[in-house]
Design a protein around this ligand. Structure first.
Ligand code: ADP
Ligand code: AMP
Length: 215
């Protein structure tokens, strides 16, 4: 299955991705996670991306497209993948079509819908695992043990771009640059809308139903 997770920052893409990849046995490709890893390791890509990310801006298209192109070339993507946080612009969406060609068409784009008013609390209360990237929330999805990841015992931290100021610019960027993709994929008849304002487990149930695999 070749899938994209679409939705504003804080919609729950990363949270749902953990369940989706487990259910459908496909690799999770989060461009945000890849950038954070590169920043942590101080690679040239990380150095180029850091300022944009810290300011809540998008990393330039060509950097992201090259990165995704080479990731999709890896063997584990042969039978499908889950893209999370990519594409985020029409330029990226068009580039992805070219990369995939006719033989590797996308199956579905899962659009997680959450209204703007809920996003600030979700993002500022988010805590991420340093080791596996799992997302928790201080109130909505707290870890069993404070500051420790339920999945791998890794340490939880707050992302540098998860501040009130940066969130505002990330939401604006989403509305201006990424929202047009809803139309783009609706026209291709592969968009599945899911209500992301429900409990985490209910959102996942709806995703499975939308993908036609409920038991
Ligand atoms: P995204 O990857 O879309 O930016 P995340 O999956 O990191 O979003 O979720 C953002 C924050 O909201 C996290 O702290 C997460 O624990 C929390 N969250 C995710 N889904 C829900 C939900 N359905 N209800 C309440 N909080 C949620
Ligand atoms: P995310 O983890 O998806 O919230 O992404 C964190 C940040 O990484 C974003 O705010 C952007 O600065 C950058 N980023 C991630 N994916 C992309 C993308 N597809 N295009 C441009 N910038 C991106």
């Amino acid at each position: 299955m070749r899938l994209i997770l679409l939705g504003p920052p804080g919609a729950g893409k990363g949270t749902q991705a953990k369940s989706i990849i487990n259910e459908y046995k496909i690799p999770h490709i989060s461009t945000g996670d890849i950038f954070r890893k590169n920043i942590k390791e101080g690679t040239p890509l990380g150095k180029k991306a850091k300022d944009f990310i810290d300011k809540g801006l998008l990393v330039p298209d060509e950097l992201v497209v090259d990165l995704v192109k080479s990731r999709l070339d890896e063997d584990d993507c042969e039978n499908g993948f889950l893209l999370d946080g990519f594409p985020r612009t029409l330029v990226q969406a068009t580039a992805l079509e070219e990369v995939l060609g006719d033989s590797m068409k996308l199956d579905y784009v899962i659009n997680i819908e959450v209204k703007k008013e809920l996003l600030v609390d979700r993002i500022t209360g988010r805590r991420m695992c340093k080791d596996c990237g799992a997302a928790f929330h201080v109130s909505f999805n707290p870890p069993k043990k404070e500051s420790v990841c339920d999945l791998c015992d890794g340490e939880l931290y707050q992302r540098k771009d998860d501040t009130v100021e940066t969130v505002a610019s990330r939401i604006d960027v989403y509305l201006n640059e990424t929202m047009p993709l809803v139309d783009f994929y609706t026209k291709k008849d592969i968009l599945l809308n899911v209500d992301g304002e429900q409990e985490i487990s209910k959102v996942f149930e709806d995703i499975k139903k939308a993908l036609g695999s409920e038991e």
